[in-house]
Structures are given as structure tokens and as C-alpha cells.
Design a protein. Structure first.
Length: 231
């Protein structure tokens, strides 16, 4: 199992490097909001996505996973963006094997997990880029794997591809208890976000709300927060 080297931790792992900073506090607020998002059925799995590329979905998924694990919750972060995986880069982890090798029957799931220097946080990287990402993520094997992972871990977070360029984002989202849509301030198109939400709902995914990324708060850097779409 690979380990995260703190000397080379990318600066985007803000919750790990500066646990008392304003951004980490915003993620803790997001964590609290998610815990209250469903009174009858607690959220056990969440898909993080965006309408388009370069809107901060991977940074959000990674930092949310770190924030969850910091409370002692056994958390698994899965890179389900099989087209352009990035989670392994943020943790300096290997991605030669991972989700794709498990779904293709080339590796046991027990051998695919990678531990990190963040207590209670494990990774399942994307693995080798497949020629058929949609087929893999829409397979019955993916459904079975999801059920097993949510039984083995207290919290499962998927970093999904953006919704509009990749149909499988909605498919993975539909497996989970809810979806967060990352919106980049001054960059995301309202029409694109609206279209992405409609596409997720059409796939019967439960849209929990959005996370606003890269919004400057009083000139002190980045502010992240969530708001509900209202159903």
C-alpha cells in the first residue's frame, strides 16, 4: 500500500495541511450539512461532480473525504473519473491498478485499496484508462461493488467525471445516496449547471445541492459552501 508523503502534499489538500484555516472550516460546515441532509436515511455514499471540466470537483471530493475521515469515520475515496483521473496525483499514489482492474476482474478489491497518511481514509484509484468507461460504470459488477463498499466503509465518496461530457457521471450518481454539483464562481455557466442537474435527475440521482468553488471571501482566499437546489 502506498502512503501519502507529507513533504510533497499538494497545496490543494487544504484540510490536511491547514486544519484550522477558513477553508477547512467551510468543509466542516459542509460535512455537518450533509449529516442533516437526510434524517430518515443517513447518507453513506456521495458522488461529487460538476457540469463541465475544471470546476474543482476533484479538489472538493478529496477535501470532503479528508474532512469526513478526520472525525474517525472509515472513509473510502474512489476515483470514478476513468477518462481523466486525478485523485492519485493529489495523493502521490499509484494508479496502475484500481477501479478498472477490479471491474474487469483482474484484481481483488482487497488488493486495490491504498492507505493514506490521513487516518481513517483509504483510496481506490481509477486504474488503467479503459476503452469502455461507460460500459464498466454501467455494469452489474459496478452495482455489486458499490453495495459491498458501502457495507465495508462508513462513508464512500466518488469523484465522478463532469456530467455533460460524460454520461457515466449520472449512472454513478444514481447508485449513491446523493450527488453534490461543484460550481466554480465566475466560470460555471448557469445553463450548463441547470442542464447537468436535469440530466442527473433524469437518471434518478438525488441532487443534494451545490458547492461553490473559488469564491473569494473578503480577500482572504477561497470560500466553499453548499446550498440546496430545493428538491
Amino acid at each position: 500500500m502506498s502512503r501519502l508523503n507529507r513533504r510533497s502534499v499538494p497545496s490543494k489538500l487544504l484540510t490536511s495541511l491547514n486544519p484550522h484555516g477558513s477553508v477547512a472550516e467551510a468543509y466542516r460546515l459542509l460535512r455537518a450539512n450533509l449529516r442533516f441532509a437526510s434524517v430518515d436515511k443517513p447518507l453513506r455514499s456521495i458522488a461529487v461532480t460538476s457540469a463541465m471540466e475544471n470546476e474543482g470537483k476533484t479538489v472538493t471530493a478529496v477535501n470532503l473525504a479528508i474532512t469526513m475521515s478526520q472525525t474517525g469515520i472509515k472513509t473510502l475515496l474512489i476515483d470514478a473519473d476513468l477518462r481523466k483521473p486525478a485523485v492519485h496525483k493529489m495523493f502521490m499514489a499509484q494508479s496502475r491498478t484500481g477501479l478498472t482492474s477490479v471491474l474487469a476482474g483482474m484484481q481483488r478489491i482487497e488488493d486495490a485499496f491504498q492507505s493514506t497518511q490521513v487516518d481513517s481514509l483509504w483510496l481506490l484509484t481509477a486504474g488503467e484508462k479503459p476503452p469502455n468507461p461507460t460500459e464498466l460504470l454501467q455494469s452489474a459488477h459496478m452495482e455489486q461493488l458499490h453495495r459491498r463498499l458501502t457495507a465495508d466503509f462508513e462513508y464512500v465518496i466518488y469523484d465522478c467525471p463532469p456530467v455533460l461530457p460524460a454520461v457515466e457521471a449520472a449512472d454513478v450518481g444514481a447508485l449513491t445516496d446523493g450527488v453534490l454539483v461543484v460550481v466554480r464562481a465566475d466560470a460555471s455557466s448557469k445553463d450548463a449547471v441547470r442542464q447537468a442537474v436535469e440530466q442527473l435527475r433524469h437518471a434518478r440521482a438525488r441532487v443534494l445541492g451545490s458547492v461553490l468553488n473559488a469564491a473569494h471571501a473578503g480577500g482572504y482566499g477561497y470560500n466553499y459552501y453548499a446550498y440546496s437546489y430545493g428538491g
